[in-house]
Design a protein around this ligand. Structure first.
Ligand code: FAD
Ligand code: FES
Length: 366
């Protein structure tokens, strides 16, 4: 008797293998565009796609600020209140990336998050978002990041010092942490009407959730750190978060350090502090073929974008490394420290173009 060898059974194709085969077949007939590109057109927020978002609405807040409601792609991960998101948007045909603090309540049921943008004079992205962005626009996103958040162990007493658009991360915190029961918020804006989230903040104050000190700088001038200390007599007992113009943050840091409270103060900067400038030079983007004259005070990123070079970027203030490019040859100066980095071909030195200015001729591999 001969035993019959078991016939090999063909594995039944699963849905996934069938889909993969269909995609491979489709790739053959659709090259140079890949099927994923077509899927992106039809379903840009699908799982597995590059992270994107769709602008659902732009809601005016003040004469120059608006809240942008964004539906993120399926792979978006919930943020921690106080964090920011990098958004890439096409402005006049050029993709630009900027960081915006997330202002929404994590409990939103529509799956969207919000950022609140203040249009600054000559600001390319902020004016576009506040005045021209249309619902339906697809933007690029990164996952939320940042450390301007409350610690796990909530402070018994908190102080927030904000000015202008610096209220945004703090609004994100206040909306999501109703458990904070002793909060002072000192906020400065030119007038009462310029206070972003003015109605909501005043409602929180009326409900006893926060003590709100509004400083209208057009009539009352700027508050200095000493005046804040007078307004908040128990300041030393409060964990403090501050966000606003660089001058304000530097003054607070000095004051808190002098009082031995440096570790109680957390600050969020929207732009880098430029300390040192010097001679500029000719910057050449070797692969792009563009050369430009840059002064020693302008970040290479800004100079390049101004000349129409499409540059990688992110926070634009030296924290995310989204703008890093190889310096093939030449010298650049770190605008925050004055440190000069030089390279000769083969060094492969990487530089952050958002906080580096030309320090003589330099070639960037881009
Ligand atoms: C972590 C982080 C969080 C941020 N969150 C918010 C937010 O919630 N809301 C918000 O409105 N902005 C926020 N910003 C600032 C934002 O990323 C942009 O810098 C801002 O919108 C200006 O971009 P722009 O393209 O309009 O200006 P650009 O075209 O880049 O610059 C135009 C001119 O304005 C100057 N400039 C650039 N940035 C600023 C600034 N922040 N203030 C004053 N002058 C400036 C430039 O030097 C230039 O001269 C945040 C920035 C960071 C790093
Ligand atoms: S853009 Fe974030 S470090 Fe340069």
């Amino acid at each position: 008797m001969t035993a019959t060898a078991p016939r090999p059974t063909a594995a039944r194709p699963t849905l996934r293998t069938l889909r993969d085969r269909a995609l491979r077949l489709a790739e053959l007939v659709t090259t140079p565009l890949l099927p994923a590109d077509y899927l992106d057109l039809v379903h840009p927020l699908r799982p597995g796609a590059d992270l994107r978002g769709r602008i659902e609405a732009v809601v005016p807040e003040t004469r120059d600020a608006a809240t942008v409601v964004i539906r993120p792609g399926a792979d978006w991960r919930p943020h921690r209140p106080g964090q920011y998101v990098r958004i890439g948007i096409d402005v006049d045909g050029v993709r630009m990336w900027r960081a915006y603090s997330i202002t929404s309540d994590l409990g939103r049921t529509d799956g969207c998050f919000t950022v609140t943008v203040k249009a600054i004079p000559d600001g390319k992205v902020s004016n576009h978002l506040v005045r021209r962005a249309e619902p339906g626009t697809i933007v690029q996103l990164d996952q939320a990041t940042g450390e301007f958040c409350l610690p796990e162990q909530r402070p018994a007493k908190a102080l927030f010092v904000t000015a202008g658009s610096g209220i945004t991360p703090v609004m994100g915190i206040l909306r999501n942490h109703p458990e904070l029961d002793d909060v002072v918020l000192v906020h400065s804006a030119p007038t009462a009407d310029d206070v972003v989230f003015g109605t909501e903040l005043r409602d929180l104050a009326a409900a006893g959730r926060i003590r709100l000190v509004e400083q209208h700088t057009d009539t009352a001038g700027m508050l200095d750190a000493a005046a804040i200390a007078e307004l908040v007599p128990d300041l030393a007992e409060r964990a403090t978060w501050a966000c606003g113009p660089l001058g304000m943050l530097e003054a607070l840091e000095e004051h808190w350090a002098a009082a031995g409270l440096a570790d109680r103060l957390h600050t969020e900067r929207f732009r880098p502090t430029v300390l040192v400038t010097g001679e500029g030079g000719t910057v050449t983007f070797t692969r792009n073929g563009t050369s430009l004259e840059a002064d020693g005070a302008t970040p290479i990123l800004d100079a390049a974008e101004e000349a129409g070079v499409l540059m990688p970027s992110g926070c634009r203030m030296g924290i995310c490394y989204g703008c890093v490019l190889p310096l093939r040859e030449g010298a650049v100066r770190d605008l925050r420290t004055g440190e000069v980095t030089t390279a000769v071909p083969g060094d492969g030195v990487l530089v952050q173009t958002c906080i580096s200015a030309a320090a003589g001729a330099c070639d960037i591999d881009h």
